[in-house]
Design a protein around this ligand. Structure first.
Ligand SMILES: [Zn+2]
Length: 492
């Protein structure tokens, strides 16, 4: 692998020279000459990442600075860099073109200023936080032996100012890596500046399995040992969750998505914690109790919840109540539609969640609850109630023809991101009338969950002391269309 990379380097140097020669001629001539493929230009950064476990697990990173720059690049570039999640790299070494080496250090906030004339920056990133070679930090490094989980933003030194034109080549050696992206035929990841900022989750080493959903594939890295689970059982669990995503969207939303599974020692919870990061495509990591069994996956909601985050666009700026609300709402519907739980169980789960949310919200208005960073119960379940209400109002307005999932389908044709306004506009398009703003304005100032009792009553969902009962009501037909209308006999 090293040899092949060296060959590519030599070719790039030649191409870079050819490019400069071309610039010396006329611009018109340049445009018509079949120069190099874009990645062969000299105006890009290159990262070489070497996994090492000698004496402890870590990453040796080399950052090659560009030899020429597009005009749009800020003057501070390429010398101003940043560790976006600083803390583990103590010092760096800059090498100038003449071979002079200079050790320098990150400043407060992870700011790194390379000396003038630097052509390569080198540093070591320790994956293990403890000297014994283990570590338990989802972003900073989590793993054992030669199987490690880390967030790209923890170990990648990135330019402080990134432009959309910026191109980045990245290679990995020393371990089999699972990054959000796929390398090209020569093993090089061809990335943009945006990929460096939203670098997602990465895996080094471990084992691999695959889950297929229609024409899509989930590439899975299993990063450690499980006492009862085989890799095939882990992948079957993710495949089931993937199939449930397709009860919400017409097809699985991405052709290829990566999932990292990390065991949690001393726990038997199937899905203990999950997180989806907005790389392109998004990358998912799930912590699974080391002692979990395949049978316990039947009741798991974490995997399907994380995969359901693939069904909606990234909200910019962030609107966690809406994205978490969508994933939380559909987690119950999707598991009912697939037959993993009955309709009654789905509404029971929703009712239980709303009760937990209400306890966390107390009597404060929705507006205050969703602004409270860290109030997960309040944020997730006020959002889930809003998603439910939105779905019901859409179906009411269109006699059942327009659904909340049609909004997600429409947004998917409009790009990977949305604003609250464009999300609302998509709702109104599906409804065929203004709906979103008025419904949100109705929820925000009232005590969170004030809209819940009349909504459940209209849907024919009664919360009895012994559990949820479903009955005929004005909108119970809509309810059955939403949850698939499965009775215990169907699920049996
Ligand atoms: Zn979530």
């Amino acid at each position: 692998m090293t040899d092949r990379v060296s060959g590519v380097d030599a070719m790039k140097t030649l191409v870079a020279r050819a490019g400069l020669l071309c610039l010396a001629l006329t611009l018109g001539a340049c445009a018509s000459v079949p120069l190099a493929a874009p990645w062969e230009d000299a105006d890009h950064l290159r990262y070489n990442i070497l996994y090492t476990n000698d004496p402890a697990p870590g990453l040796n990173v080399e950052v090659f600075l560009p030899s020429s720059l597009p005009r749009s690049v800020p003057r501070s570039y390429p010398l101003d860099f940043l560790f976006r999640q600083p803390g583990r790299v103590g010092s760096l070494v800059a090498t100038a073109q003449d071979g002079t080496r200079f050790e320098f250090f990150p400043r407060e906030g992870g700011v790194v200023q390379a000396p003038r004339g630097t052509s390569v920056i080198r540093y070591h990133y320790p994956l293990a936080s403890a000297p014994g070679g283990s570590g338990r930090h989802l972003f900073g490094g989590m793993g054992e032996g030669d199987a490690w989980h880390v967030a790209g933003k923890a170990y990648l030194l990135t330019p402080r100012h990134v432009t959309p034109e910026m191109r980045v080549d990245l290679t990995v050696s020393g371990a089999d890596a699972l990054l959000p992206w796929q390398p090209d035929a020569s093993g090089v990841y061809r990335l943009s500046g945006a990929d460096l900022i939203d670098a997602g989750f990465h895996a080094f080493g471990g084992r691999r399995c695959e889950a297929r959903v229609g024409a899509s594939v989930l590439e899975v890295a299993v990063l450690g040992r499980f006492t009862h689970l085989t890799d095939a059982e882990l992948c079957a669990w993710l495949e089931q969750a993937g199939r449930e995503v397709v009860t919400v969207r017409k097809a699985f939303p991405f052709p290829r998505v990566t999932v990292r599974v990390v065991p949690v020692p001393g726990k038997a919870t199937p899905g203990d914690f999950g997180m989806t990061l907005w790389s392109a495509p998004p990358s998912i990591s799930i912590l699974v109790g080391q002692d979990a069994t395949a049978a316990s996956f039947a009741k798991d909601w974490v995997a399907v919840h994380e995969l359901l985050h693939l069904t909606h666009p990234t909200l910019m700026p962030r609107e966690a109540w809406l994205t978490e609300g969508l994933a939380t709402y559909y987690t119950e519907l999707a598991r009912a539609r697939s037959g993993r739980q009955t309709s009654q169980q789905a509404w029971q789960e929703l009712a239980n969640g709303f009760a937990r949310g209400q306890a966390a919200a107390r009597s404060r208005p929705m507006k205050a609850v969703i602004a409270e960073e860290g109030n997960f119960m309040g944020i997730y379940w006020t959002g889930a109630l809003f998603a439910l209400h939105l779905d019901v109002e859409l179906r009411r307005a269109t006699q059942g023809r327009g659904r909340l999932e049609d909004v997600l389908e429409l947004l998917a044709t409009r790009g990977p991101t949305a604003t609250l306004e464009s999300f609302g506009a998509a709702v109104d398009t599906v409804a065929g009338q203004p709906l979103f703003d008025a419904l949100l304005a109705r929820h925000l100032p009232k005590p969170a969950f004030a809209e819940l009792p009349p909504l459940l009553e209209a849907l024919g969902v009664r919360i009895d002391p012994g559990g949820v009962k479903l009955h005929a009501a004005p909108d119970s037909g809509l309810r059955e269309a939403m949850d698939g209308g499965r009775t215990p006999d169907d699920a049996g």
